[in-house]
Design a protein around this ligand. Structure first.
Ligand code: RIB
Ligand code: CA
Length: 308
C-alpha cells in the first residue's frame, strides 16, 4: 500500500481534533507535520491544543509549527461560543513535553514544499486559509509542488454558519481563500453542503466511548461538548463533523460525491464577505463535495479513532 503523506493545517477545535486523531489512526496516511492557524481560538491556544492532541495519542514525534496569529487583512474572529474557552472543551489534554518547532508554520509549509518533487504535497487546511495563502504569496514556487489542497470550508447551496451566507473558515479569512482559489493549485473543497450531512449521532458517540481508551474517552467528551451548540442552533439530534471529512476523503474518496466548478469568494463587501459561490461557464478551479455515505464515514471515524 502506498501511504499518502499530508500536512495538516488546523485551528483545534474539537472537530479538528477528531480529524487529527483519524489521520494518526489510518495506515493509509502519514501525518508529516501539523501547522496551526488562529481561528476557533487564538494563538497560542491552537498550538497548545495541537501539541496536547499529539501527546494524548503518544505521537509527539510529529512536528508542530505555530502559524499565523491573525487573518491576512481582517481582524481575527474566533468561536469560543462553539468550542469553549480552550477550544477543545470536553477534554483535558496532556501537556506537551516537546513544544512547537522554532520554524514558523508558513515557512515550514514553504520549506517542505520546496524540498518535495512536483505534484507530491498534500495540504489539508481545516481552518482559515491564512497559512496556505501566506505561503503561496511569500513563495509562489510552492504551487507546482502541490498535489492537492483539501480544505474544509465554504457554503454553496447551504446557509452559512457564521453569517447567513458565510461559513466560519471562509468568513474569518476570505482574502486568504481568494488567494488559494486563484492560485492554480489543485483544490478539493468540503463545504457545509456536505459536512452538514455528516451528523454525528448519539449512537456514534456512545460507540466511540465504548472503546474505553484515553483517546476514545477524550474524543467522546469533546464531541459531547461541541454538539450542544449545533443541537441548540439547528434543533437536530447530532452535530456536523466538519473537519474529519477531509481526512476520510484521503482514506476513501468513494465515500464522497462532488463535482468540478469554478468557485469564488466575496472579500470586499461587508454584507456578503466570506460568501462562496460557483461561477457557471468558467474553467473549474475546484472539486466541490456535496454528499457522502454517512454510514461508511462514521464507521471509519468511530472504529479508527476508537482503536487509536
Ligand atoms: O465551519 C466549520 C469550520 O469552522 C470547522 O473547521 C471548525 O473547526 C471551524 O474551524
Ligand atoms: Ca477547524
Amino acid at each position: 500500500m502506498t501511504r499518502r503523506s499530508l500536512i495538516l493545517d488546523t485551528d483545534p477545535g474539537q472537530d479538528d481534533a477528531i480529524a487529527l486523531l483519524l489521520a494518526l489512526a489510518s495506515p493509509e496516511l502519514v501525518l508529516d507535520a501539523v501547522t496551526t492557524v488562529a481561528g476557533n481560538v487564538p494563538q497560542p491556544l491552537v498550538t497548545e491544543n495541537a501539541l496536547g492532541l499529539l501527546a494524548l495519542a503518544d505521537r509527539e514525534d510529529i512536528p508542530v509549527y505555530r502559524g499565523c496569529e491573525r487573518p491576512m487583512v481582517r481582524t481575527l474572529a474566533t468561536a469560543e461560543h462553539v468550542h469553549g474557552p480552550t477550544g477543545v472543551d470536553g477534554a483535558v489534554l496532556p501537556k506537551s513535553t516537546v513544544g512547537p518547532r522554532p520554524e514558523h508554520g508558513v515557512d515550514a509549509i514553504i520549506s517542505r514544499c520546496l524540498d518535495a518533487d512536483d505534484g507530491t504535497v498534500t495540504l489539508c487546511p481545516i481552518g482559515p486559509l491564512t497559512n496556505i495563502a501566506m505561503a503561496i504569496v511569500k513563495d509562489p514556487r510552492i504551487v507546482p509542488k502541490i498535489r492537492e489542497i483539501v480544505w474544509m470550508g465554504g457554503a454553496f447551496n447551504e446557509p452559512g454558519n457564521t453569517s447567513s451566507l458565510a461559513e466560519f473558515n471562509a468568513y474569518v479569512d476570505p482574502h486568504a481563500a481568494h488567494v488559494v482559489f486563484t492560485s492554480g493549485a489543485p483544490l478539493t473543497v468540503f463545504p457545509l453542503d456536505v459536512t452538514h450531512r455528516a451528523l454525528m449521532l448519539p449512537e456514534h458517540v456512545e460507540a466511540l466511548e465504548a472503546f474505553g481508551s484515553a483517546v476514545a474517552k477524550a474524543a467522546a467528551g469533546m464531541i459531547r461538548f461541541y454538539e450542544r451548540h449545533d443541537i441548540a442552533k439547528y434543533g437536530i439530534l447530532g452535530t456536523p463533523l466538519h473537519d474529519p471529512c477531509v481526512i476520510a476523503y484521503l482514506i476513501d474518496p468513494e465515500i464522497f460525491t462532488g463535482h468540478e466548478a469554478h468557485i469564488a469568494i466575496d472579500h470586499a463587501d461587508e454584507d456578503t464577505i466570506g460568501n462562496t459561490s460557483e461561477t457557471p461557464d468558467r474553467e473549474p478551479n475546484a472539486t466541490v463535495m456535496t454528499d457522502l455515505d454517512a454510514d461508511a464515514f462514521f464507521s471509519l471515524v468511530v472504529d479508527r479513532v476508537g482503536s487509536l
